[in-house]
Ligand binder design. Structure first.
Ligand code: ATP
Ligand code: MG
Length: 659
């Protein structure tokens, strides 16, 4: 059964909740100048506390509505409707209203292609014309309000343009990450019953064109419901052609660049996005327009302190993941931000490419993932040191718990020790950031997401659903609905209820463990399914990994619990050493002693394996499930969501030399 918390190590346990092992005493106050001019101050917490719904009303008022809502929230647990009766056009809010306000010449996106020198600046007026043309093109193809459109594109401007064109006409987009296989694409097209697919001949990946169209052909051959495939020419590779295919440039470019945006109901579907599949069969998460745009825009304004007139903002995620949907497309555009979109990988053509981009565009706000930060640590401090990154003022992290050492490295080596780091916890299902420091308010602790944002009722509970006291650990829950919450799993209300609302009656359970420290601040401990049970103690993989990463020789670590006759489960660790560290015979002893000293003897790994790489999902998260298979000498489970399945061979070869 896939309900979070019911996996092999998950919930239903009667033992004590998560042990609270890690002690972290470092604090970083907000910079005084940032605090003095911050978009959001501490009073926001009080306002939301006094009246949560009035707080969200004010956040919604930041958008342009063609009809104001009658009721802020209608709550028929677990089904929520926000801003009931309100009407708005999401694309109008993201594009046209900025042009109408006189900001048409302002850059919406600096697009940086992977091949160096291939770049474009797209103003809000350009975006309005392109989105209008694409909306007219979809209409010509017979796409109507409520129809689903699958989008399978590389990180090129046509991707946000296609999303906004759908939003404009009320069609529901389903973006499928460009790295997915034909069968993954097919199952997503099928599940959403998409009528049109928008794709490209290919994209650039590590200096070479990488084809997309053959994958689409293979998928669409088995999807009779698809009527048209629109193909962007990006790489000019040869492509096979079917009678469903039409070139984007033939179809879109001849359209009128004017299109009148009709208002849609606040609760009309905006998009479906399948979760990344770290734990099992992906779920089609459904988001609607009004509440989603309200919360993505407000959180982007608050958590990044975005000043649209002066900031240059860069979120390095792929638009194929929720982070890209909410914080490259909808939140930033609703706020009139200037953003950078980068097509490629951080190591092409060299390992300083990210920092070169920061320097080139004078990025002031950078939002990236722990997996990237740990990779940069592994590559060495000297690489970012070569670039001028004095423009940066706020740094963000999302996707996994950030190890305190990685946080401090990010702060020092990327942020020049002057930029606050916001560790933002949220997920596809929540639609927008839920738990995070505020950069002008919070004295942040490295590795902690700190507090629920104003308007969010997150809590940590024990097995029975009772709030844990300060100093306790357990399960993260959300007690009240929030505007950007998923409305259901597409076509499967029962699975929605079972997955998120059944573990703790009346509460949303995201599947993650958390602890609340003595000050009441929250630390996310990863998925409950990743928690280990060692000699009767629940120990989080995150805490042991963070202890390992705090050793100067270690860049990255993954920890799993393997069945052990004595302790129930024993801790097995896989570590990647930092750039210039050679593997030595005593490294295992050294690291085990370090963990024992940092967390206590109970957390000492039974085995430490030095490996060259770790298995990661395509969204960059460590796949502990596969490492558990290795540690327990089982044959490997499903590896299709792995970025690089050869990594597992390299790791398996390491086993006999376990230290
Ligand atoms: P699936 O649900 O299909 O297994 P997934 O959970 O990896 O995939 P996402 O919605 O992209 O898909 O990821 C959300 C999860 O990522 C959260 O539930 C949490 O486990 C983790 N996460 C995200 N941000 C943070 C953070 N700042 N700190 C700790 N964990 C985080
Ligand atoms: Mg998930």
């Amino acid at each position: 059964m896939e309900t979070p918390g019911h996996g092999p190590n998950g919930g239903n346990r009667t033992q004590e909740t998560l042990s609270n092992l890690l002690q972290e005493t470092r604090r970083f106050d907000p910079p005084a100048d940032l605090a003095a001019a911050a978009n959001v101050t501490a009073s926001a917490y009080d306002e939301a506390e006094r009246d949560q719904l009035a707080f969200w009303d004010r956040a919604a008022e930041r958008l342009s509505w063609s009809k104001r809502w009658d009721t802020t929230l209608s709550w028929n647990p677990p089904f929520a409707k926000w801003f009931v009766g309100g009407r708005l056009n999401v694309a109008y809010n993201c594009v046209d209203r900025h042009v109408e306000a006189g900001n048409g010449d302002k850059v919406a996106y600096y697009w940086e292609g992977e091949p160096e020198g291939d770049s474009r600046a797209i103003t809000y007026a350009d975006l309005q014309r392109e989105v209008s043309r694409a909306a007219n093109a979809l209409t010509e193809l017979g796409v109507r309000k409520g129809d689903r459109v699958a989008i399978y594109l590389p990180m090129i401007p046509e991707l946000p343009v296609s999303m906004l064109a759908c939003a404009r006409i009320g069609a529901v987009h389903s973006v499928v990450f460009g790295g997915f296989s034909a069968s993954a694409l097919k199952s997503r097209i099928d599940d959403a019953d998409a009528k049109v697919v928008i794709t490209a001949d290919g994209g650039f990946r590590r200096n070479a064109p990488s084809a997309l169209k053959p994958t689409v052909d293979e998928a669409v051959a088995e999807c009779p419901g698809v009527e048209h495939v629109v193909v962007v020419r990006r790489t000019a590779q040869d492509v096979a052609w079917t009678d469903k295919d039409v070139w984007w440039h033939d179809l879109v470019e001849r359209q009128s660049d004017e299109h009148k945006p009709e208002p849609h109901d606040a609760e009309d579907p905006l998009y479906i996005l399948y979760t990344s599949g770290t734990t099992g069969k992906p779920k089609g998460i459904l988001h609607t327009g009004g509440g989603y745009l309200t919360q993505t825009a407000w959180t982007h304004h608050a958590v990044f302190d975005l000043k649209p007139e002066s900031d240059i903002y860069w979120c390095t995620a792929d638009i194929g993941w929720v982070t890209g949907h909410s914080y490259i497309v909808y939140g930033p555009l609703a706020n009139g931000a200037t953003s950078v979109i980068y097509e490629g990988t951080p190591d092409t053509p060299h390992r300083g490419r990210f920092w070169e981009i920061v320097q080139k565009y004078k990025i002031s706000i950078l939002y990236t993932a722990p997996t990237a930060i740990r990779t940069f640590m592994k590559w060495g401090d000297d690489i970012p040191a070569k670039f001028d990154m004095s423009s940066l003022r706020v740094l963000g992290s999302v996707g996994e718990p950030i190890n305190p050492e990685a946080y401090v490295w990010y702060r020092e080596h990327i942020g020049g020790s002057r930029c606050p780091v916001v560790d933002t916890w949220w997920q596809t299902e929540t639609g927008a950031i839920m738990i995070s420091p505020l950069p002008g308010v919070t004295a942040a602790k490295p590795g902690a997401a700190m507090r629920p944002l104003p308007g969010i009722s997150a809590d940590v509970v024990d097995d029975q659903g009772n709030s844990v006291p300060d100093g306790g650990g357990g399960f993260l829950v959300v007690r009240e609905p929030w505007p950007a919450m998923l409305r259901t799993i597409w076509g499967d209300d029962q699975r929605y209820i079972d997955t998120y609302w059944s573990r703790f009656p009346g509460m949303y359970f995201p599947g993650d463990g958390a602890k609340r420290d003595e000050d009441g601040d929250l630390w996310l401990l990863g998925r409950v399914d990743d928690v280990m049970l060692v000699s009767g103690h629940n120990i989080s993989t995150t805490e042991v990994e963070s202890a390992l990463v705090s050793h100067p020789k270690v860049a990255e670590a993954a920890v799993v619990g393997a069945t052990d006759p004595v302790t129930g489960q024993a801790i097995v660790s896989f570590v990647i050493l930092r750039g210039n560290v050679a593997e030595s015979d005593d490294i295992g002893t050294d690291l085990r002693a370090h963990v024992a000293k940092t967390l206590g003897p109970i957390a000492k790994p039974r085995q430490i394996l030095v490996v060259p790489e770790l298995p990661k999902t395509r969204s960059g998260k460590i796949m502990r499930r596969l490492l558990r298979d290795v540690a327990e000498n089982r044959s490997l489970g499903d590896v299709t969501t792995l970025t690089d399945s050869s990594v597992m061979n390299l790791i398996s070869e390491k086993l006999p030399s376990a230290k």
